[in-house]
Design a protein around this ligand. Sequence first.
Ligand SMILES: [Fe+2]
Ligand SMILES: [Fe+2]
Length: 378
Amino acid sequence: MKQVNNGMKSRTSRRSFIQKGMLTASGAALGTGLLANGLSMLGEEHDEGREEGSGRLTKGDAAILRFLAAAEIIETDLWIQYNELAGVQDEEVPGITGGNPAYMAAFLPLDSDMSQYIHDNTEDEISHQAFINAYLVSKGAEPVNLDRFRTLPSSKATGARQIPRLTNLMQLTVDTSWWTRYRSRTENPDLGDTFPQAIPSLSVGQHPAIPRSDADLTPPDHLQAIANTAGFHFAFIEQGGTTLYPALAQRVTHPEVLRILLSIGPTETAHFQTWQDKAGNAPPLTDPTNPKLVFPDLNSPPFGGEDFQTNLIMPEPCPFLNRKFPACSIIRPTQTNGAAMGALKALTDDGLFIGQSPQFFEFLRDLAEDADEARRER
Ligand SMILES: [Fe+2]
Ligand SMILES: [Fe+2]
């Protein structure tokens, strides 16, 4: 009965890919999936047993994978920008520019291996989006292509390629509540709890996480504030992935799709764990060009204590499912309702999409809504 209801809903949904976004998508990407599936668009739309554009996947599995593909394309775009400026420069990641030596040097207080980690995180995201899209195509389902939304300007600083981008790293509002969320022993966002910011001034206003031009390379504490912002942004992005995969995995149907989510998700957690450790090394300072931006000493009052301590980089045990159970060390949040839309909102609130078109937001909202409508089938 559930499946019938889902199917009926899908045929009347304004969010159907065939009825909506994909009809206006570029022909090449669209054609791949349809040809692989061997079905005409209309034929598939009227096939009761199949879901629109989902090929041999259930509609829900295809929708979840598509949202993840979009998220990974977005991650890839932002990580490539970081890598051009501060990552190890080699052929594993597109855009060998020589980097920006001053910006790279500003990461050294966080860790002497930051360039390697930035490079490796970037390479991982490239592989995630390429794999998920290839998997969708292999099942006759539509892949995701966001190329038409690559419209945002690049940094003008030395080391940045002058190519259009999907994401904006120059006006970020970084939510740093993940810091206290993972250190709390008594609170869990899935039980309605909220968490204080580690860097309150980063969670308001708009801050560059990359130098906007070479003018941002001085004075030194200003550039350090930019690198510190990036350091906390890295962890913000990767804790999002850490939550998104287990949250969506609860609603996939096919064991192989579950395997994909369970295999990619923990790599996001590996990234998060690394960045959480490095962010704790960000030097306390005030940005001389913006006295409102303050990186406090998290180990001293009014911070300090277990909720802020910088070397508490593993998740503290916390309540899980119900406070009647003993505390458990877990990823949080992981509740599944609205998880895709929650991820999209978090990225939007982060300022990553400042300057993007209404069509971009509409397309991503459609993907998120479709993913959040997915239900595990029998
Ligand atoms: Fe990823
Ligand atoms: Fe990631």
